[in-house]
Design a binder for this molecule. Structure first.
Ligand code: NAP
Ligand code: GLV
Length: 314
């Protein structure tokens, strides 16, 4: 390789590559981004930054040293039956993603807590219709999942005055958040919570966790926020709980199939807020810094940022 030769990496995602090209040019001009349909000589490519790569694409790169998920989740990688074994996998969780996710959940929680639906409808009718003030300190929010995103979100909800219970697989200690762990603790957490936020990794254990049983364990009038993965929710169970009035509403950013099918009932359900998987999209400016750092670390044999335990599933 000549002294000026660049390090090539694959970029694959469903979006416009231009903002990513500009971001890498600004922070890591020594990297050359390659993307389909013209990958050039595949043997040049030492790393891959990918979101839902087609099965076999990563396996076709003979000198790959690093697989970098373009998101925090890695379920889109583990579904590739040809995912090359033995190559380290890392995920993208940077400061922007943490901020964006916290903002999304806080917005959804406050919008429900402060009855913004009611006031929007009242304004549409030109009506001055006050409701009693909500008692924030008597409102409990359950944050399921205390990883990179759940921890920040739980802290912020607590700072806003809510009582926050965080639930995870292993014990945690977070200031001003009541932390509990393990499957046995879940029913009690749910029974106390007026708002439940799902920020779990998607694994075989958490798939379909928001089902009829979980929803029934919540008090009547509870609100569901899911910006994690669509497969955490059993759609028919949530719709039934919304229709019966047991669940007051839901803010959903992720779905089993994306884009959400136009005929899906979530679109038109009056108690559901649908957003198109935007709660914590990767921001090229900050994400490129983390990816470039990880590529250099992988090539130098140094510890990686946000490594994934593929056997554990997150
Ligand atoms: P993370 O750091 O991997 O944390 C995952 C959390 O799930 C951990 O606290 C883990 O517990 C918990 N967990 C896993 N299995 C569990 C089980 N069986 N019982 C209880 N807890 C369990 O994930 P993250 O980066 O915070 O991301 C959270 C979710 O958001 C993921 O699903 C990710 O895909 C999604 N996401 C969505 C968007 C979007 O734009 N919509 C953006 C980014 C991320 P331990 O801590 O005990 O291991
Ligand atoms: C988005 O869904 C992500 O996993 O970052």
């Amino acid at each position: 390789m000549s002294q000026d030769a660049k390090l090539a990496f694959l970029y694959h995602s469903g979006d416009d590559p231009e903002p990513w090209i500009r971001a890498f040019r600004a922070c890591a001009p020594e990297l050359e981004m390659r993307y389909l349909p013209d990958l050039g000589d595949a043997s040049d490519i030492v790393a891959a930054l990918v979101w839902r790569p087609p099965p076999g694409l990563l396996a076709s790169l003979p000198n790959l040293k690093l697989i970098h998920s373009k998101g925090a989740g890695i379920d889109h990688l583990s579904s590739d039956p040809d995912l090359p074994a033995g190559i380290p996998v890392v995920r993208l969780v940077d400061r922007s993603a943490r901020l964006l996710m916290t903002q999304y959940v806080v917005h959804a929680a406050l919008s429900h807590h402060r009855h913004m639906d009611h006031y929007g409808a009242a304004q549409a009718e030109g009506q001055w219709r006050q409701l009693p003030p909500p008692d924030t300190e008597k409102t409990t929010v359950a944050v399921l999942g205390l990883g990179a995103l759940g921890q920040d979100t739980a802290r912020m909800l607590s700072a806003l005055g809510f009582r926050v219970i965080g639930w995870s697989r292993r014990p945690k200690d977070i200031a001003d958040v009541e932390c509990v762990h393990g499957a046995g603790a879940l029913p009690s957490v749910l029974g106390q919570s007026q708002i439940v936020v799902c920020l779990l990794a998607l694994t075989d254990e958490t798939r379909g966790i928001i089902d009829a049983r979980t929803l029934a364990a919540l008090p009547r009038g509870a609100y569901v926020i899911n910006p994690a993965r669509g497969a955490h929710v059993v759609d028919e169970d949530l719709l039934a709980a919304l229709d019966s009035g047991h669940i007051a509403g839901a803010a959903l950013d992720v779905f089993h199939d994306e884009p959400l099918a136009s005929e899906h009932r979530f679109w038109s359900h009056p108690k559901v807020v649908v957003t198109p998987h935007i709660s914590a999209d990767a921001l090229p400016r900050t994400a490129a810094e983390q990816v470039a750092d990880n590529i250099h670390r992988a090539l130098a044999g140094q510890p990686l940022i946000n490594p994934v335990d593929m056997a554990r599933g997150y």
